[in-house]
Design a protein around this ligand. Structure first.
Ligand SMILES: Cc1cc2nc3c(=O)[nH]c(=O)nc-3n(C[C@H](O)[C@H](O)[C@H](O)COP(=O)(O)OP(=O)(O)OC[C@H]3O[C@@H](n4cnc5c(N)ncnc54)[C@H](O)[C@@H]3O)c2cc1C
Length: 449
């Protein structure tokens, strides 16, 4: 029996369905380098991803196997040389990946090679239909299917036959931000175990504080498959329902992208299509560089520039400020984060951006507009997070940070606000009210906040 396993996002040995019973047969792990992915992704994600791939290559070699790295264009020649009995791969919901997989499966079928499609980046099967709200998805689908299951042990030995194949080197994109995330699978396990031991039980209470190490910070490793979602679910089960729910949001957004691939660049909710988003490049640039004059927004955007990651609470605040207060197109924000996040994931990023803008699945109603000053008071009460990322504000107290009129005078290097929360809120409500009224939706509850 000869098995080929195509690695894509599952870059680990432990609890990896691609490696189930791998010791029992001739086992050929392969990774195909795809130009599309090279062009589509930012350097931060690419740097971490290829780091993880290199680690995996070493781990596989250490147990006697070989991970072949080949250009995608060599795929067919590879199968003709290797002549496997079965090819394994894991399902992927992204539109480009689905198209690629369809072509691959057709190719393998035409050669009479059996294909096994496995699940790794989802905890529940993709449902046939969609669920209108997260709560329904969670109760009626996720909790019915996602359960802790025994882990698949890491293989101790692999037997990979050797061929002369046109192997290529793993790229090494430059990224300072990604370097701080570089870790071995063993180190990722240690970080996860320490989160489970010390912080998981308090997760629900502390997860919204961006200055604290209160969340798992596993998303970059989840993105590259350096840790198993089933393991995370198993460890959180019965300890933190809130954490289990966060994992369920992943599945929720994946099923939305699977059923509505057009949402990559179009609002999920039809009533939002044609919304008069602004396309102000100068204001966008100031948002992207962390120079909006709104302290919490700027702290978040600067965390992104130096670490390639932003705390979830701050992601919500920066997305809300861009789309509501600045009225700038959510697609612009989505692309910027996608190109800079070390955990950039199409389904999660698009889903969350549309949620923040109001036009997506189970989204915030359009009249829910965060006040970024109140968000800072509530979730960064000592201004530790703001002080960490915005050095010009070092000497302003938490109270002074909330007084925008005087802040610029106190900290002259810090810009005055592009739009104050009050102005932004008023303008957005006016524009949205007019837009929906013109479309005959004037009965939407405009005055409910
Ligand atoms: C505007 C915006 C853009 C985002 N873009 C991405 C993205 O590109 N990639 C990404 O992985 N997450 C994205 N998120 C979701 C979320 O912010 C991150 O998953 C989370 O901050 C990762 O930190 P953590 O691992 O410490 O999370 P924890 O709080 O420890 O949560 C555990 C895991 O649950 C999952 N999770 C948590 N929150 C969400 C969520 N809202 N949606 C989906 N999954 C979630 C993640 O896999 C995370 O690792 C985005 C959120 C917003 C508001």
């Amino acid at each position: 029996m000869r098995t080929v396993a195509i690695f894509r996002r599952e870059l680990r040995l432990y609890d990896n369905p691609l490696l189930q019973d791998a010791e029992r047969s001739e086992f050929i792990p392969v990774f195909f380098l795809d130009d599309y992915n090279q062009q589509e992704h930012g350097d931060n994600l690419r740097a971490l991803f290829f780091h993880a791939l290199r680690q995996l290559q070493h781990q596989i070699e250490a147990i006697g196997g070989r991970l072949y790295i080949l250009p995608l264009a060599e795929q067919e020649r590879f199968f003709d040389t290797v002549r496997p009995d079965v090819v394994r791969l894991c399902e992927d919901v992204e539109p480009h990946s689905r198209q690629r997989d369809k072509q691959l499966i057709d190719l393998l079928n035409s050669k009479g090679i059996r294909v096994q499609i496995l699940r790794d980046s989802l905890l529940s099967p993709l449902p046939d239909g969609t669920y209108p709200s997260f709560t329904q998805f969670y109760k009626k689908h996720f909790l019915m299917h996602a359960r802790p299951v025994p882990a698949i042990p890491a293989p101790k030995a692999l037997h990979t036959p050797r061929w002369e194949l046109p192997e290529v080197a793993i790229p090494e994109p430059e990224s300072e931000a990604a370097q701080s995330w570089f870790a071995t699978e063993e180190e990722v396990q240690r970080r996860w175990q320490s989160f489970v031991r010390d912080r998981l039980a308090q997760y629900e209470q502390s997860r919204n504080l961006p200055s604290q190490p209160s969340t798992s910070r596993m998303s970059p490793y989840v993105r590259c498959g350096m840790i198993s979602l089933r393991q995370m679910l198993g460890d959180a089960w019965g300890v933190s329902e809130q954490f289990v729910k966060e994992l369920a949001w992943r599945d929720f957004y994946s099923h939305i992208l699977y059923h509505y691939p057009e949402t990559v660049n179009m609002e999920l909710r039809p009533e939002w299509r044609g919304f008069p988003w602004r396309h102000d490049e100068e204001q966008f640039e100031r948002w992207a560089r962390g120079r909006t004059g709104i302290p919490l927004v700027d702290a978040g955007m600067r965390q992104l520039l130096c670490e390639g990651w932003i705390h979830n609470r701050t992601r919500m605040v920066v997305a809300n400020y861009l789309t509501k207060h600045l009225l700038i197109d959510w697609r612009w924000g989505e692309r910027w984060l996608y190109l800079h996040l070390v955990d950039a994931d199409l389904a999660m990023n698009v889903g969350n951006w549309q949620w923040a803008a109001g036009c997506g699945a189970d989204a915030q109603p359009y009249y829910r507009i965060f006040n970024p000053l109140l968000q800072a008071q509530k979730f960064d009460p000592q201004a530790e997070y703001i002080h960490r990322y915005v050095p010009e504000l070092q000497h302003a107290s938490a109270e002074q940070l909330g007084d925008l009129e005087n802040l610029h005078r106190l900290c002259p290097d810090y810009p005055s606000p592009l739009v104050t929360p009050d102005e932004g809120r008023k303008r957005f409500l006016q524009v949205a009210q007019q837009f929906f009224a013109e479309r005959g939706q004037e009965n939407l509850p405009f005055d409910r906040e």
